[in-house]
Design a protein around this ligand. Structure first.
Ligand code: BYC
Length: 311
């Protein structure tokens, strides 16, 4: 890289200026942003699946409507994010291709099954809560298009959070069977939730450069701590327990202490070998194949040709 341009770029970031698509940027900044925004977009698309399967089985009309709206929002978030990643030079088609061939990653947490309605409630409240912690921080970052997408996403996520909290309160304060169902969901999802914020800072590969260039405005451990600080008391308040006997707030440091997450399991899951990875990608692949004629039709229409749909 040209050292003068690099110094100017870093000075702009230090002044808190936003970098825009046509501005000069180091190759590594571009590459890192594409990787992170694209993975974020994929997480939204795949994240729609575990909750989406509960739309037809949601308990009651109001829950069904709200869940449908929420899942639709998540897919919309992916559109915003793919749009932001495209400004850096990677096409949407290539991103989708890299998702369905398993080349690109997406969030670990969506590779676990939603056995019961309570699992979907856990996602709507606590996974969204975790996502908001990360996104609110990074919305103050340096790349204009990503920050603007995150601002819009956070506004919608705050509705998801309220919806999810309401669902969990309902189960946790309901019949013994409902409470048990909610507790079992917390037990199942706690470990993936701890993984969700990424490896601890000591072993994170990209944090150093991404924090330096203000793409990540909080480290993985800082986001995990903030999530624990905000949500553990709320979970306990509902009479639910958390399946980690070492979880406690150290009053001296103000930090949460917990059992070190199993990073081997994390690695397996993010590299394709979790309980639902194959199923999730198969669903996306099928959607891609079945939707191909629509994309062809749209493309030919813009070229002024007629397109006849297959029977
Ligand atoms: N899952 O150096 P590190 C949602 C990978 S969707 C999978 O710390 P980085 C929702 C990482 O990619 C919102 N992989 O990475 C949707 C890297 O691998 P590569 C989800 C993970 O980038 C529907 C390696 O581990 N939010 O909320 O500095 C319904 C080393 O990690 C994960 C986002 O996507 C993970 N959890 O930091 C409901 C936020 N963690 O690429 C809800 C955007 C790490 O070198 N992303 N890896 O092969 C980020 O903020 C950052 O990428 C992370 C990781 C904090 C996740």
């Amino acid at each position: 890289e040209d050292p003068k341009k690099l110094a100017e770029f870093e000075a702009r970031i230090a002044r808190g200026e936003k970098i825009e698509p046509k501005d000069w940027m180091p190759k590594l900044y571009r590459k890192q942003l594409i990787r992170m925004i694209e993975q974020h977009g994929h997480s939204e698309i795949i994240g729609a699946l575990p909750e989406g399967t509960w739309i037809t089985r949601a308990p009651g009309f109001k829950r069904k409507l709200a869940l449908m709206a929420k899942v639709q929002d998540e897919v919309g978030h992916a559109q915003l994010l793919y749009g932001a990643a495209e400004t850096l030079g990677k096409s949407r088609e290539q991103m989708i291709q890299d998702l369905i061939t398993g080349k690109s990653k997406y969030s670990n947490i969506f590779n676990y099954p939603t056995f019961t309605w309570a699992d979907s409630c856990f996602i709507s409240w606590l996974v969204d809560a975790g996502a908001i912690v990360n996104q609110l921080a990074n919305a103050r970052g340096s790349y204009g298009p990503y920050c603007r997408a995150l601002d819009r996403i956070c506004a919608e996520e705050s509705f998801h959070l309220k919806y999810g909290h309401h669902c969990v309160i309902h189960l946790a304060t309901g019949t013994p069977k409902q409470r048990e169902m909610m507790q079992e969901a917390v037990n199942r999802w706690w470990a993936p939730m701890m993984h969700f914020f990424g490896p601890s800072d000591k072993i994170s590969t990209h944090t150093e450069i991404l924090t330096k260039w203000k793409v990540k405005m909080a480290t993985n451990d800082e986001c995990r701590q903030q999530f624990l600080d905000m949500y553990v008391p709320k979970i306990w308040e509902l009479g639910l327990t958390i399946p980690d006997e070492n979880l406690k707030r150290n009053e001296q440091t103000g930090e949460w202490e917990f059992t070190e997450p199993d990073w081997e399991e994390f690695k397996r899951v993010i590299n394709g070998d979790g309980p639902c990875n194959k199923e999730r990608l198969a669903v996306r692949r099928t959607a891609e194949e079945r939707g191909a004629w629509v994309r062809r039709a749209l493309a030919s229409k813009t070229k002024g040709e007629e397109y006849v749909a297959p029977m």
